[in-house]
Design a protein. Structure first.
Length: 281
């Protein structure tokens, strides 16, 4: 008896449980919660899974994961987008925990902000707006993560210019893996520290960026077979390029704000009242 694969339409002969063309499993019965749980377990739980292989090998041999994906190896490791989705899911849990605790107030106490003269001059309305701004910024952690990756990819493309290195799209894949890996590796520890030691959490929160710098440098060294001198030089170049692009981005944003303000005034909008009510100026 011949059947058609529900995934690619290829002929699937009797006795065969998987498609010879695309590898999809033939599903005869209706899906159950047991099937869903089994699929989730096979994908994410345990070390002998796509997620486990990807997480471990991004520490051990990142070139196998990144170059493997770029060169078409998509079975053994989790693809870059799914790995990023796991990171976004963990980020969502992190934001939820932040909102359910008073960690941000403890954060300001540890940093000395709450006792600073500038902070003492804030009115209750300004403090409330500051909290609202912080809450909004936390809500958009995932968006910030997504917007950061193209910027880092551009920095990587400029730093490693040439046909022998990654193009821009391949740099995006590189940072999809590495940025997501930073989030997945450090955020669970951050969540634990929120409950165990807010003071340690304050210092730990800065280490994530150092981890990303180290992970990126290590991955570049493995992917491009660089020696120590080359990776140090490229790392310094990447920092300079990132600072330059960051400054340019700030300037462009400020120019856009000025232009939008000018247009709003010309159209008759009360910009001063808007700024006073939202930013306390």
């Amino acid at each position: 008896m011949e059947r058609e694969c529900k995934n690619c339409g290829h002929m699937l002969y009797v006795g065969h449980t998987h498609c010879a063309s695309c590898g999809a499993k033939w599903i005869q019965n209706r899906i159950t919660m047991r099937n869903v749980a089994s699929d989730f377990s096979d994908m994410y739980l345990g070390l002998d899974t796509k997620f486990g292989h990807t997480f471990i090998d991004l520490f051990r041999k990142p070139e196998a994961v990144i170059n493997g994906y770029i060169n078409g190896r998509r079975v053994y490791y989790m693809d870059a987008v799914r790995y990023l989705l796991v990171a976004l899911f963990i980020t969502g849990i992190y934001v939820f925990v932040l909102k359910q605790t008073n960690i941000m107030e403890d954060y300001m106490d540890i940093a000395g902000m709450a006792d600073s003269p500038a902070f003492a001059q804030y009115s209750p309305e300004q403090l409330e707006r500051q909290k609202s701004f912080s809450s909004t910024a936390m809500d958009y952690q995932g968006v910030i993560l997504l917007l950061t990756i193209p910027l880092l990819a551009l920095v990587g493309r400029i730093t490693f210019w040439g046909k022998q290195y990654y193009n821009f799209t391949e740099q995006v894949v590189f940072y999809l893996y590495n940025y997501a890996h930073m989030v997945i590796a450090t955020t669970p520890i951050s969540i634990l520290l929120i409950y165990v030691s807010p003071q340690v959490f304050f210092y730990w929160s800065f280490l994530g960026y150092l981890f990303l710098l180290w992970q990126s440098a290590y991955s570049y060294q493995r992917c491009f077979q660089l020696d120590l001198q080359q990776i140090i030089l490229r790392s310094l170049i990447s920092i300079v390029v990132f600072v330059f692009l960051f400054i340019i981005s700030i300037i462009v944003i400020l120019l856009l704000i000025i232009a939008a303000t000018f247009i709003a005034v010309k159209l008759g909008y009360d910009v001063e009242s808007f700024l006073a009510s939202n930013f306390g100026t």
